[in-house]
Design a protein around this ligand. Structure first.
Ligand code: SAM
Length: 280
């Protein structure tokens, strides 16, 4: 394969199983002048497994911007570069955004390769709707921030994909059950492509029981997929209920229902009936 000079290649690497790397990725890692790696020791293991001896330079969250100038200078000399992260696709909850942006701005070619990504791999085997999904990455590590983020997603109708650490999985699923209700279907894909790969889905309430029942269920790397909100025929999504509650606290229910119906295109009578049920 003929490598282009003065080009930055974005190269996905395995997310667990060292064999999950494409032939093209291996060729590029072998032939570029320099590999920019999030952690050179980590990538060193992958390279030595494949007998690749290309030089490496560390490029991570804390030095990425400072490295742009040096790397642009190498491209100006006609060198070719590869960017890899510790696992999966660079830039997907990983460093690289500033570098890719800076190198494109400097007028050099950036060539992305397809390859492993935990979110996409998990989605393809979870049995959740994949026609429309949104990637939410890592939620806020603090409970208040996380709850606010989840609350804003209450009426999201696409499948939501999150990354989460084993340390926070229990609190996060607890917050999800709170925000989306105990019945919302959630799938956890842990240790994908590794020995203890587990893909388990259940309504939020049951999933919490499963997580609590065995600490092994909370171990390892995880992708969490939450089914989207299914609105009823009346167009009453959680956001609409919140608006109705707010307006009904200041106005007669009839007026509040009429305003919310206008604002959100929901049915006035259904809103009024709901307001009576909720004792607004
Ligand atoms: N760039 C990577 C990608 O393309 O998927 C993601 C990097 S992010 C720093 C690491 C997170 O990805 C983990 O905390 C976990 O949520 C998810 N992840 C990575 N490898 C995984 C695996 N083998 N199984 C399940 N989730 C994984």
């Amino acid at each position: 394969m003929e490598l282009s000079s003065a080009t930055l290649y974005i190269v996905p690497t395995p997310i667990g199983n060292l064999a999950d790397i494409t032939l093209r990725a291996l060729t590029i890692l072998e032939q570029v002048d320099l590999i920019c790696a999030e952690d050179t020791r980590h990538t060193g293991k992958l390279l030595s497994h494949h007998n690749i001896t290309t030089r490496m330079l560390s490029v991570h969250d804390h030095n990425e911007r400072a490295r742009i100038q040096t790397l642009v200078a190498k491209l100006e000399e006609g060198q070719s570069l590869a960017l890899v992260s510790d696992a999966g696709t660079p830039l997907i909850s990983d460093p690289g955004y500033h570098l890719v942006n800076g190198i494109r701005d400097a007028g050099f070619a950036v060539v992305p390769l397809p390859g492993p990504c935990a979110a996409i791999t998990a989605l393809s085997g979870a049995g959740v709707a994949t026609d429309r999904f949104c990637f939410e990455g890592f939620l806020n590590a603090k409970s208040a921030g996380r709850q606010a983020q989840l609350s804003a997603l209450k009426s999201e109708s696409r499948t939501m994909v999150f990354y989460e650490s084993p340390r926070r999985i229990l609190s996060t699923v607890t917050d999800m059950a709170q925000a989306f209700g105990d019945d919302r279907h959630i799938v956890i894909a842990r240790e994908v492509t590794k020995t203890f790969e587990t893909i388990y889905g259940a309504p939020a309430g049951e999933l919490l029981e499963w997580l609590n029942s065995d600490e092994n269920n909370r171990r390892g790397e995880m992708v969490v997929m939450v089914s989207g909100y299914k609105s009823d025929d009346e167009g009453i999504v959680p956001e609409v209920i919140d608006a109705l509650k707010l307006l009904a606290s200041e106005l007669p229910l009839k007026k509040a229902a009429a305003l919310v119906a206008k604002l959100y295109g929901a049915k006035k009578n259904a809103l009024y009936k709901l307001g009576l049920e909720l004792d607004l």
